[in-house]
Design a protein around this ligand. Structure first.
Ligand SMILES: [Zn+2]
Ligand SMILES: [Zn+2]
Ligand SMILES: [Zn+2]
Length: 144
């Protein structure tokens, strides 16, 4: 994961930004909590443990910046908060999510059965699909 830090440092430099301790700490937390889909406040609480002087606005701006740079991506589960997760796929295609409507558990889906659907849509609507985001809402096995 140190490679990610190095490449981020380079990319920030190209844009005239620096990898400040606050930015590094924010990305550290996102890497350490991969798969947890934390929201801005939860990320802030964890970053604060390492950088007590950091403000919510700084964390918020850092997340925006990392999102702009495609290092992380936003996940909106329609529950009123924005969550973030690390972009682990090199081809930019994020995995899909199963969201339990009873306990709120988020399960990541690695299989992608949508290529067939994409081909169908492209044909029917004469539309070139570049990406898709899918959320499945339902009840998990623990709540069933
Ligand atoms: Zn559940
Ligand atoms: Zn995820
Ligand atoms: Zn997909």
């Amino acid at each position: 994961m140190e490679n990610l830090m190095d490449s981020l440092k380079e990319r920030l430099k190209e844009r005239g930004y620096k990898l400040t301790p606050q930015r590094r700490a924010t990305l550290d937390i996102i890497m350490q909590t991969q798969g947890k889909h934390l929201n801005t406040e939860e990320i802030y609480d964890l970053v604060k443990e390492k950088c007590p002087e950091i403000g919510l606005a700084t964390v918020y701006r850092t997340l925006q910046l990392l999102d702009d740079m495609n290092v992380i991506s936003k996940l909106n589960l329609d529950d009123g908060c924005i969550r973030y997760e690390l972009n682990t796929h090199e081809d930019d295609h994020q995995h899909h999510h199963l969201i339990c409507q009873s306990c709120g558990t988020i399960i990541e889906v690695d299989i992608d059965l949508l290529d067939h659907l994409e081909a169908e849509i492209e044909k029917c609507y004469n539309f070139v699909i570049k990406d898709h985001k899918v959320k499945f809402f339902g009840i998990c096995s623990k709540c069933d």
